[in-house]
Design a protein around this ligand. Structure first.
Ligand code: HEC
Length: 164
């Protein structure tokens, strides 16, 4: 016959043993979860740091032009972006003014193009037929660019001509 104390002592030991087992199990689970989490995080971070083999190409950005300034170092692309891009697309899309794709082929001459870009109002006022015609067709007024040098204008034309 076991005494009550004996039974209680046995029960006590079992409860302690069970509790320790639970603790160990819990610790193992926590460690495993933690490890998994870290691994996923590491993979994500690695993905962000590894550069992809080829950089993504933006196909919706219109005609892609690889432009380098000529020997005199005047950057026609930069000048175009600063002075013309607000009104002109280098492709065929109409903004405020017509898209400039193919423009060197439709204007009367290279000389006309220089004069137009420098001061379009002067040509219109002189009644130059092509100037009057596009003015009628579009209606909006193009800015006057007296401050651009011949070289600046040539660099812009060279840049535009690359798009077609
Ligand atoms: C404020 C808007 C505006 C800016 C800025 C502007 N243009 Fe224009 N451009 C026009 C408009 C509008 C026309 C059409 C003619 C008209 O309505 O006067 C035109 C016409 C032209 C044409 C003739 C197009 C054709 O189809 O024959 C050329 C070339 C041109 N611009 C070049 C330029 C260049 C180069 C620059 C920058 C140095 C420039 N434009 C800046 C508005 C602008």
């Amino acid at each position: 016959m076991k005494t009550n104390e004996e039974i209680a002592a046995r029960l006590g030991t079992s409860v302690v043993a069970l509790a320790s087992l639970c603790l160990v199990l819990a610790a193992i689970i926590v460690l495993m979860l933690n490890r998994r989490y870290t691994t996923d995080l590491e993979i994500a971070v690695n993905d962000m740091q590894t550069p992809s083999a080829s950089p993504p190409v933006n196909k919706s950005a219109g005609p892609s032009i690889s432009y380098t300034p000529g020997p005199n170092g005047i950057d026609g692309q930069k000048l175009f972006r600063q002075n013309c891009a607000s009104c002109h697309d280098i492709g065929s899309k109409k903004l405020v003014g017509p898209g400039l794709a193919g423009v060197t082929g439709r204007v009367p001459s290279e000389k006309w193009l220089h004069e137009w870009i420098r001061n379009n109002q002067k040509l219109i006022n002189e009644g130059e037929p092509y100037a009057v015609k596009i003015k009628k067709e579009n209606g909006a007024a193009m800015t006057i660019f007296e401050f651009l040098s011949d070289e600046d204008i040539q660099a812009i034309i060279d840049y535009i001509s690359l798009s077609y």
